[in-house]
Write a protein that binds this ligand. Structure first.
Ligand code: ZN
Length: 70
């Protein structure tokens, strides 16, 4: 099992795509709850951290520059 590392400003891919068809979300707030914004329709949702970690598939772009793709 890999550890999921994410931070503010990261673009993440969720397991379930947003109803608008986009599967990329940007983390716009960190805390007990995580606020993510759909990059397609700009809709934002606040979800508990545990649920976010469960539903998040992977980090596509890290704002910190720690590219872990390929
Ligand atoms: Zn959307």
């Amino acid at each position: 099992m890999e550890r999921k590392v994410f931070g503010l400003g990261d673009i993440v891919q969720m397991k379930k795509p947003h109803p608008c068809g986009t599967n990329e979300m940007e983390i716009i707030r960190m805390g007990m709850d995580i606020r993510i914004k759909c990059t397609g329709c700009q809709h934002s949702v606040l979800i508990p951290r545990a649920k976010f970690e469960k539903n998040m598939k992977k980090v596509l772009h890290s704002a910190e520059g720690g590219a872990e793709n390929n």
